[in-house]
Write a new protein. Sequence first.
Length: 307
Amino acid sequence: MILVFGSINLDLVARVRAIPRPGETVLSERYDLSFGGKGANQAVAAARARKDTALAVRMASAVGEDDFGRSALDNLARNGVDIAAVRAVGLPTGCAFITVSAAGENAITVASGANRAVSSAALPDALLEGVRVLVLQMEVPPAEALAVARRARARGARVLLNLAPAPGEAEAALLPALLAETDLLVANEHEALTALALLGEAETDPEAAMRRLAMRCGEAGIVTLGRAGAVAFTGAGETLRAAALPVEAVDTTGAGDTFMGILAAALAEGMPLAPALSRACAGASMACLDPGAQAGMPNAAALDAAG
């Protein structure tokens, strides 16, 4: 089983010529409502990417007792994600407000809502049995993610941490412990540099930053580089590079989550890190061809066809 412990959001997306600067107002003709949240996105990406449908993908999270929450759960179930560990709580379902430019870049503000109520204590031990890969992000309380990582690792699970959104000063004290419970760390350029700075180490090159962060993890650290693909630094001293596909991005929203979900599925099915990295890069590129976080996430057949 793959267990994704993380966030569930509804995304409100507005398309504009250019992302507004501070103090600037821009107009959009419309907005679109779609399903998101880093945890939910990664769960959907993993469920679509798995070759073996007997490999379960389970989501552990919280939603509000509202229409947004019910719709989000229906969407996860339709995509083959087990929702037995998702609770309804007395807070609104999380929402993300996304602005997408004509160039396909985005700016995102997240109202956490029920995601702040996601907790390790609410996850029964029975739902941790059989977990091969645990997937974590930073949109739920980091202390709860750390607690689940410790419980899952004690049962033999492999922990994948997506260091997104980038941690802030509030997370600095927990970061060393969280990295120590992580087998594979994934971060983009900004997130890698931010995390290293919080650990008191100065660096300007994101690859060098991830190489140093990887030394704190069990297996490897991976820095995603957008159009330049991704680089993994392993504990054995290897450097693995994978290229992105040459695509014209329509919307980059969810590309990082697609990468993470596909990587988790590939590793859970026993694929070595190098081909898993290439498969995740290809899938993330494909996800940029459709608007919204989940619409362009490829299935296993599409990933196989992409090589």
